[in-house]
Design a protein around this ligand. Structure first.
Ligand SMILES: Nc1ncnc2c1ncn2[C@@H]1O[C@H](COP(=O)(O)OP(=O)(O)OP(=O)(O)O)[C@@H](O)[C@H]1O
Ligand SMILES: [Mg+2]
Length: 488
C-alpha cells in the first residue's frame, strides 16, 4: 500500500483540491456584491445568508483575482459586510414542463399567479443551445399570426425572428396579445421585461384574456426587479420556448422589450466595471444580444418564431439597440405614432416594414398582390399633399387614381380590432378581392379558384363576400374604413 492510498490522507488531499464553497461578503457598492474565499465560475449561483437567516440568491458576473463580483437576484437590503456566502456549484436551474401552459412566472421561472407549483416539471439549466448553423431548418413555411396586415404584407415564417420597432404607447402590447390569440403556433411564450407592475395584470386580463393565456406562458420581470432578474427573464422565456420546441411544437416567443433587456445589461455591465461605449451601453450588451436572439429559429423538430419589440425614441431608428437588433433579425415591423394618433390600429407602417423571408414563404400570386398593395400605399403617400390642397387632377396618374378609389377599403383591410383574429386564408382572399379589377365578379373568400392565393397554411376561410360591385368590404371585425390609415 502506497502512502497515497491511506484513507485519511486521500480525504485531506481531496478536500484541499476541491473548490472552496463558503466565503464572506467583503464589499457592497451599488448593485455589486463582492465575495471572497470561494471559488466559483461566472454564471454560477451564490447564496448569501443574511444575519436574520434569510437567503439572497446572487450570480457570479466577474472574477477578479481572489474575489467574485456577484449581482443579486433579489433585494440587497439587510446584507452586511462579513455575511456568509456559499457557492451553489452550478447555475440556478429552471423548472419547465407542460404545467407551465396558462401560467404566469417571474424572471426566475417561479409561478407568481397564486396557482400550484409546476408539478410535472423537469429541472434544466438556463443555457440552451441555439440550433446548429448547418442543421437549422430553412425558414420556408409561413406561420399565420392572425393579423391581416402582417399575414399578407409582412408575412412571418416558422423560425423567423422579427423586430417590432415602436415608440411608447403606439400599440405594441395590444399587437402581441392579438398574435398570442390569433397565431397558428401551438404555444406562445410572452416575456415582459421592465414593464410597470400595473400594466402587467392589465395586459394579462384585458388584452390576453383567458383564451390567449390558455396556450401561453407569461414570464414577467417588472421594472422594480433587480437588473439581473430582468436579464434572466429574457433567457427564462427563451429556455421555456426551447423546451416546448423540443417537444415538436411551433412556438411563438414574444419579448417586450429588447431595449429594456439591453438597459438591464447596461446596469450590470457598468456595475461589474465594464467601460461605457456606444451611448453608455458597455460592449457586453452587444455580445449578449446575438446570444439571446440566435436561440430562436427552426430546429430539426419544432420551431421558435421570435418577435422582439424594440423601443425607438422620437422615431430614431438608428439608436444603437435598434441598429444592433436590425442587423441580427430577419425582418422588421414598424409601428408609427402617425397612425396610432389617427386611431388606425394596429399602427403598422406597411411601407416601412419588411420580412426578409417573404419570397420563400409566399406564392408568386401572393407576392403580386402585396406588390400592388405597396404601390397603391406609396402612390397615395406621394400624392397626399397635392390631394389635400385640391391640386391633384384626377387622371394624371393611374396608380394615384386607383389608390384614391381604394383608399377606404385598404384602410378597412389594414385596420383590425384587438379582439378580432383573422386566418391567413381569409386575409389573402380579402386582399385578392379588394384589389380585383373593378369589373371583376363577386369573389367569395375561399371560393374554389382562389386556392392559389390561400397559400399555406390554408385555413378555411369564412364564406363572406368581400367585394361587391360598389366595393364594400366586410372584414368582420366591426372595423369599418377610416379616413386616415393610408396617410393621415
Ligand atoms: N388594435 C387596436 N384597436 C383599437 N385600439 C388599440 C389597438 N391597439 C392599441 N390600441 C389602443 O392603443 C393604446 C396603447 O396600446 P398598448 O398599450 O398596446 O401600447 P404600447 O405600445 O404597448 O404602450 P407602452 O409603450 O406604454 O407599453 C391602448 O390603450 C388602446 O386603446
Ligand atoms: Mg406595452
Amino acid at each position: 500500500m502506497t502512502i497515497l492510498a491511506a484513507p485519511g490522507l486521500r480525504r485531506s488531499l481531496r478536500a484541499a483540491a476541491a473548490p472552496l464553497r463558503t466565503g464572506r461578503v467583503t464589499r457592497l457598492v451599488g448593485l455589486r456584491l463582492e465575495v471572497e474565499g470561494i471559488e466559483a465560475a461566472v454564471g454560477e449561483a451564490v447564496w448569501v445568508r443574511r444575519a436574520d437567516g434569510s437567503v439572497l440568491p446572487a450570480e457570479v458576473v466577474a472574477v477578479q483575482g481572489g474575489s467574485l463580483a456577484c449581482m443579486p437576484l433579489g433585494e440587497l437590503s439587510g446584507v452586511r459586510f462579513g455575511d456568509v456566502a456559499e457557492a451553489a456549484g452550478r447555475p440556478l436551474p429552471l423548472t419547465v414542463g407542460h404545467g407551465l401552459l396558462g401560467r404566469v412566472v417571474d424572471g426566475l421561472g417561479r409561478p407568481i399567479d397564486d396557482g400550484p407549483p409546476i408539478f410535472d416539471g423537469e429541472e434544466v439549466s438556463l443555457e440552451g443551445t441555439p440550433p446548429h448553423p448547418l442543421r437549422r431548418e430553412m425558414v420556408d413555411r409561413p406561420l399565420a399570426l392572425g393579423v391581416r396586415a402582417l399575414d399578407t404584407a409582412v408575412p412571418c415564417g416558422r423560425g423567423q425572428r422579427l423586430g417590432i420597432f415602436a415608440g411608447s404607447g403606439v400599440g405594441k402590447s395590444s399587437l402581441l396579445s392579438m398574435i398570442a390569440r390569433g397565431t397558428d403556433a401551438q404555444v406562445s411564450v410572452l416575456t415582459l421585461i421592465g414593464e410597470r407592475g400595473r400594466e402587467v395584470s392589465e395586459f394579462i386580463q384585458r388584452d390576453l384574456g383567458p383564451e390567449g393565456l390558455a396556450r401561453s406562458v407569461v414570464v414577467v420581470a417588472t421594472s422594480d426587479q433587480p437588473a439581473l432578474v430582468r436579464i434572466r427573464s429574457a433567457f427564462t422565456g427563451t429556455r421555456i420556448a426551447e423546451w416546448f420546441r423540443d417537444q415538436g411544437n411551433d412556438v411563438v416567443l414574444m419579448m417586450d422589450s429588447l431595449t429594456r433587456f439591453a438597459m438591464a445589461q447596461r446596469e450590470v455591465g457598468l456595475s461589474a466595471g465594464e467601460p461605457p461605449a456606444t451611448r453608455g451601453y458597455p460592449p457586453s450588451v452587444f455580445s449578449l444580444l446575438p446570444r439571446l436572439l440566435e436561440r430562436a429559429g427552426a430546429a430539426e423538430r419544432g420551431s421558435i418564431t421570435g418577435l422582439y419589440t424594440v423601443l425607438v425614441e422620437g422615431d430614431d431608428m438608428n439608436e444603437p439597440i435598434a441598429d444592433a437588433a436590425r442587423s441580427i433579425l430577419d425582418g422588421h415591423i414598424v409601428l408609427s405614432r402617425r397612425l396610432s394618433t389617427a386611431g388606425h390600429f394596429p399602427s403598422i407602417e406597411v411601407l416601412e416594414s419588411i420580412s426578409r423571408v417573404e419570397p420563400a414563404i409566399t406564392t408568386p400570386e401572393q407576392r403580386a398582390l402585396v406588390r400592388e398593395l405597396r404601390q397603391l400605399l406609396a402612390g397615395y403617400r406621394d400624392a397626399k399633399d397635392l390631394v389635400e390642397i385640391g391640386a391633384y387632377a384626377k387622371g394624371s396618374n393611374r396608380v394615384v387614381d386607383r389608390a384614391l378609389e381604394l383608399k377606404d377599403l385598404i384602410d378597412g383591410f389594414l385596420r383590425q380590432e384587438v379582439a378580432s383574429t383573422c386566418s391567413a386564408g381569409e386575409s389573402w382572399a380579402c386582399l385578392a378581392a379588394l384589389l380585383a379589377p373593378a369589373d371583376a365578379p363577386l369573389v367569395p373568400a375561399g371560393a374554389p379558384g382562389s386556392g392559389a392565393l390561400d397559400g399555406p397554411p390554408a385555413t378555411p376561410a369564412a364564406p363572406m363576400v368581400l367585394r361587391a360591385p360598389a366595393q364594400s368590404l366586410a372584414v368582420g371585425d366591426g372595423g369599418g374604413p377610416v379616413a386616415t390609415g393610408m396617410g393621415s
